[in-house]
Ligand binder design. Structure first.
Ligand code: FAD
Ligand code: DHB
Length: 389
């Protein structure tokens, strides 16, 4: 089979790119190693920047997001037993974020792909990338015992951090930058009303906590936990008790608890691979970079990468190589700013084992500065809503 672009990975980056290419009249196939249900079963990101919601609107796919998503003009920082609001709308000249789960966004993209009759291969095994240093790259995979080969002009590696795309690049062609953090996030999902109408990021001497949501009746909560902890070690009651301890008393009082419907631990990592292009292979999203989740940048970065990539490929087919040549540098300028912000927000909000009382006091002083200095609050707000593309 022959297509213009073979997209490896059917997460949000791969599906968004598929839709953008279709809009540009470029023929693409999505090759995903898991089943559709598996991809939709992963509970991940929750907050979309305005740039990401605008992208969905441009694709004509924003209808359900506008109906069901929750538009937030601010969020709260909870520390020292008190809550303070960061007014995103006022500090950024009218910008907002939308709470709409990654699962829902991916479902909308999958449905649109199916309705348009665009090709997606699920449960593709042993996916391998070939000849991307030349002009006729190929992707091979095994499906139902038969090996298939797709010949293409370009490969888009949208297969996440553990995917095959980045791993296919010769080691000496790649420079990587990495920071791991000595803790994880234990997250639960529950069919209970959110404790607060807006998100709450809590700094506490016992560790970080985040109160988020998926709807008016479904909550998503996270607490910082040891890296080697297991979700099985945490009963629902133990989770709720620990969360309550990390929130200001006034907020903790309002917490409505109930049985969890999902409970899992995610490690935290900052990682960037440079460059993001090798010949005719382009990396996008988590395949090229990872940020710790504090500040919800991962999915939004995946969206900005594929927006740049779709534009570059459209320009290529219209006769200009400028876009594909600039792709890596253009993405990385934005990526590094989000890596910096996510690292900074993580460092500000979490308890570090080596930190002790001094580190806690410094964090509280910076938080106090943030909520009382319009200059500092504006910097936080403009990064949170997303830097311009
Ligand atoms: P992915 O979503 O990882 O999609 C990659 C796809 O490629 C997957 O479907 C995978 O099955 C497929 N694939 C992998 N290998 C192959 C292969 N060899 N062949 C074919 N297909 C393959 N971000 C936030 O902003 N907020 C959050 O709260 C948040 N929570 C997170 C929690 C967890 C546990 C994780 C892992 C990430 C979280 N993130 C969060 C980050 C966010 O979910 C990612 O940035 C986002 O999913 C990136 O999308 P992607 O399409 O690049 O990668
Ligand atoms: C969510 C996750 C985040 O990392 C964040 O900063 C905000 C919200 C969430 O899953 O809802």
């Amino acid at each position: 089979m022959r297509v213009q672009v073979a997209i490896v990975g059917g997460g949000p980056a791969g599906h968004l790119l598929g839709q953008l290419l279709h809009q540009a009249g470029i023929d693409a196939i999505v090759i995903e190693q898991r089943s559709q249900d598996y991809v939709l079963g992963r509970i991940r990101a929750g907050v979309l920047e305005q740039g990401t919601t605008d992208l969905l609107d441009e694709l004509g796919l924003g209808k359900r997001m506008h109906r069901e998503g929750l538009v937030h003009g601010g969020f709260a920082l909870n520390f020292g037993g008190v809550q303070h609001r960061i007014d995103l709308h006022q500090l950024t000249g009218g910008k907002r974020v939308t709470v709409y789960g990654q699962t829902e966004l991916t479902r909308d993209l999958m449905d649109a792909r199916a309705t348009l009759g665009l090709r997606t291969v699920y449960e593709a095994e042993k996916v391998s990338l070939h000849d991307f240093d030349g002009v006729r790259p190929k992707v091979r995979y095994l499906r139902q015992g038969v090996t298939r080969e797709i010949e293409c002009d370009f490969i888009a590696g949208c297969d996440g951090f553990h995917g095959v795309s980045r791993a296919s690049v010769p080691v000496n062609a790649l420079q990587t930058f990495e920071r791991t953090y000595p803790f994880g996030w234990l997250g639960i999902l529950s069919d209970t009303p959110p404790v607060s109408p807006e998100l709450v990021y809590a700094n506490h001497a016992r560790g970080f906590a985040l109160c988020s949501m998926r709807s008016q009746t479904r909550s998503r909560y996270y607490i910082q936990c040891p890296l080697d902890d297991k979700s099985e070690n945490w009963s629902d009651d133990a989770f709720w008790d620990e969360l309550r301890l990390r929130l200001s008393p006034k907020l903790a009082e309002k917490l409505v608890t109930g049985p969890s419907i999902e409970k899992s631990i995610a490690p935290l990592r900052s990682f960037v691979a440079e460059p993001m292009r090798f010949g005719r292979l382009f990396l996008a999203g988590d395949a090229a970079h990872i940020v710790p989740p504090t500040g919800a940048k991962g999915l939004n970065l995946a969206a900005s990468d594929v927006r740049y990539l779709a534009r570059a490929l459209a320009a290529f087919y219209a006769g200009s190589q400028a876009g594909i040549n600039a792709y890596s540098d253009t993405c990385l300028r934005r990526v590094w700013k989000a890596v910096r912000f996510s690292w900074w927000f993580t460092s500000l909000m979490h308890k570090f084992p080596e930190g002790g009382g001094f580190a806690q006091k410094i964090q509280e002083a910076e938080l106090d500065y943030l909520v009382h200095s319009p200059a500092a609050a504006t910097s936080l707000a403009e990064n949170y809503v997303g830097l311009p593309l």
